[in-house]
Design a protein around this ligand. Structure first.
Ligand code: SF4
Length: 400
């Protein structure tokens, strides 16, 4: 088993939004303010009880907390005193490293001065803005209320307030998007000098209104004006090239950063380091005290049972085959890929040999590379990563 750094990331889910974006398939919604108050009470209680939960299930909690991420939803919708309570609970239960990366997701134009002050006092040093597009017609079409100019003004304001690490999220595949409008969004992000950009390809599934319309008939949410799959793939390839040329190097399928600004917290997900999640639909991965195997658990995604604290959270201990599959499909999301030597230390030689053979086949098709003892996706491979993961993990390897 690869030795995992003894650091812990904390994740807090805040599933509230001012309005529901048409493309969104998260467990978030525009809940009434009274639900937010009850939610914060429950969240604080969960954080306070979390060490006991880990002890009961014989899970290791690494002592050094070096990343915190408040995501959602729109955490910036919390009232300042609610935000202060959440951070106070986190700091009490989990003393943090001096240089911990502390990120809060926010919607442009929705961070009041009072909230910003609480964020700074709580140690927040990274803000991730849900921009999605700098083109106003595209934002409007998916139900977002900010303009491109408002996003730029927000970035400047946050920078002036002392936030030195800023991310913007962009989505390729929105209704009305064209190669030219996408280029405008990318160039605006680059021109804003942010340290980090996340680029997601629109997810098409039954869990969002736009996704359902793209699958079935309808014109209400702009599915008829959405770019084709092949244009979305071109937009993604263009983003990789343009951001890379501007000094925002790609380090993961969807993530690009200037030197030293890769998201420490998100890297834990792909490197399978420990993280503890709190709140609605929050997922956690800790290691078992007995054998260091990964153990995963998650809260449910229905608000009322979460607030009532009535759900029983089951802990799943991952077996060797599960560890193998996770190591491949999470590790290959990273541009640096996976180390063959590390796989050899943790898994049967026959499994690794079979994997290397498959990678060599994919290398012939230009979808993967074997380089300096690591296996990685090529740029073309990243566009079709899901089918490559499927192919690499198609059959259960023979147990040694
Ligand atoms: S995309 Fe973000 S802001 Fe929009 S509904 Fe989903 S979580 Fe809320």
């Amino acid at each position: 088993m690869r030795s995992h750094d003894a650091t812990l990331g904390l994740y807090v889910s805040v599933p509230f939004c001012r309005q529901k974006c048409t493309f969104c398939n998260f467990a978030s919604d525009a809940f009434p303010p009274a639900r937010m108050a009850a939610y914060v009470d429950r969240l604080v209680a969960e954080i306070e009880a979390s060490r006991e939960f880990a002890a009961q299930h014989r899970l290791e909690v690494p002592p050094r907390v070096d990343s915190v991420f408040l995501g959602g939803g729109t955490p910036s919708l919390l009232e300042p005193e609610q935000m202060a309570r959440v951070f106070a609970a986190l700091h009490r239960a989990y003393p943090m490293e001096q240089d911990a990366e502390i990120t809060v997701e926010a919607a442009p134009g929705q961070i009041s001065d009072a909230l910003l002050e609480i964020l700074l006092r709580s140690g927040v040093n990274r803000i991730s803005l849900g921009v999605q597009s700098f083109v106003d017609a595209e934002s409007r079409a998916v139900g977002r209320t900010h303009t491109g100019d408002a996003c730029l003004a927000e970035l400047e304001r946050l920078r002036a307030a002392g936030i030195r690490n800023l991310n913007v999220d962009l989505i390729a595949g929105l209704p009305h998007q064209t190669a030219a409008s996408w280029s405008h969004s990318l160039q605006t992000a680059i021109g804003s000098d942010v340290e980090h950009v996340s680029v997601y390809m629109l997810e098409v599934d039954e869990d969002s209104r736009l996704g359902r319309e793209l699958i079935g008939p309808g014109v209400r949410y702009g599915a008829h004006a959405a770019p084709t799959d092949s244009l979305v793939a071109d937009l993604y390839a263009h983003a990789c090239e343009t951001l890379g040329a501007a000094g925002l190097a790609q380090y993961e399928i969807s993530n690009f950063a200037r030197g030293g600004c890769a998201s420490r917290h998100n890297l834990k997900y792909w490197k399978r380091d420990a993280y503890f999640g709190f709140g609605l639909d929050a997922h956690s991965m800790l290691r078992a005290q007995a054998d260091s195997r990964a153990s995963r658990f998650a809260n449910g995604d229905a608000l009322d049972p979460y607030i009532a604290g009535s759900e029983v959270v089951e802990v799943e201990h991952i077996d060797m085959l599960g560890e193998w599959e996770e190591s491949i499909f999470l590790g290959l999301r990273l541009v640096e890929g996976v180390s063959i030597a590390e796989l050899q230390q943790s898994f049967p030689a026959a499994w690794v040999d079979a994997l290397v053979e498959r990678v060599q086949n994919l290398q012939r098709d230009g979808l993967m590379r074997l380089e300096d003892g690591r296996a990685m996706l090529t740029q073309r491979g990243r566009i079709v990563s899901s089918s490559i993961f499927g192919e690499l993990l198609a059959d259960e390897p023979a147990v040694a």
